[in-house]
Ligand binder design. Structure first.
Ligand code: ATP
Length: 270
């Protein structure tokens, strides 16, 4: 199936050691998604149902997709990603059918992880006044709820939703047996930034002064995705000046650039 807004990877190459600063979140994801896939008998013995769906929430670029991919890697599962906002935009009148197809595909390819990014696009609280666009979103959500309720969580399919706006989600989606575990994925603190910078500078040739401790201090408020951009930009500055070592100044310029870029994005956000 080659549907835009859907991405399938047989076994993503992201491992937990490529994720910086989210130890607690990794532990929770292992317990709630990985364990049911790898040792379903544990849940049978104890006599409880494994969680069906978990919700990762937090600002953009903090590693939600990485976490979902790492689970798929660790469990040798097929990774099926859908971006909910693209689904409702591109496939008017077909959102519900596509949701059905995604779940069918997951059953076929099991073990599988279904990752639904920007879940809020199909799962915002129901509004009273409704345009035909709203009704389309409603139908897609209803189908998603039906799929969640309909399938037995034998553990071979894990469902992970992600959103930046947990506050606007329809409570129906968050009931037990649906997305009933929530894991916050916040912006990294200084230790997290140091870990993330270590990962992204691993193959870079840095000047002695440009160490990750200093860089972590200079990058307050930046996300993992921003930090990765900083590393790339710093490398570009060095290339432009035909140097093969990246200096603190390169990083400072890169930090300025990435910070002003994220301010711009903030301004133009619709
Ligand atoms: P969105 O909500 O925008 O979909 P996300 O939380 O899913 O964002 P990712 O797609 O996981 O963010 O992150 C984007 C990129 O940023 C990653 O591919 C990685 O290079 C980098 N990155 C983000 N967070 C981390 C992290 N915790 N450790 C290492 N790299 C990170």
């Amino acid at each position: 199936a080659n549907v835009s807004g859907m991405e399938i990877e047989t076994k993503p190459d992201i491992t937990y050691d490529k994720i910086g600063g989210l130890e607690e979140q990794i532990r929770e994801v292992k317990e709630t998604v990985e364990l049911p896939l790898t040792e379903p008998e544990l849940f049978e013995k104890v006599g409880i149902e494994p969680p069906k769906g978990i919700l990762l929430y937090g600002p953009p670029g903090t590693g939600k997709t990485l976490l979902a991919k790492a689970v798929a890697n660790e469990t040798n599962a097929t990774f099926i990603k859908i971006v909910a906002s693209e689904f409702v935009k591109k496939y008017i009148g077909e959102g519900a059918r596509l949701v059905r197809e995604v779940f069918e595909l997951a059953k076929e390819k099991a073990p599988a992880i279904i990752f639904i990014d920007e879940l809020d696009a199909v799962a915002a609280k129901r509004l009273k006044s409704s345009t035909s666009g709203d009704r389309e979103v409603q139908r897609t959500l209803m189908q998603l709820l039906a799929e969640l309720d309909g399938f037995e969580s034998r553990g071979d399919i894990g469902i992970i939703g992600a959103t930046n706006r947990p506050d606007i989600l329809d409570p129906a989606l968050l009931r037990p047996g649906r997305f009933d575990r929530f894991i916050e994925v916040p912006l990294p603190n200084i230790d997290g930034r140091r870990e993330i910078l270590k990962i992204h500078t691993k193959n870079m040739s840095l000047d002695d002064e440009a160490d990750v401790d200093l860089l972590a201090e200079l990058t307050d408020d930046l996300s993992g995705a921003d930090l990765k951009a900083v590393c790339t930009e710093a490398g570009m500055f060095a290339i432009r000046e035909k140097r093969d070592k990246i200096t603190v100044t390169d990083f400072m310029d890169a930090i300025d650039k990435v910070m002003s870029k994220s301010k711009e994005d903030e301004l133009f956000k619709t």
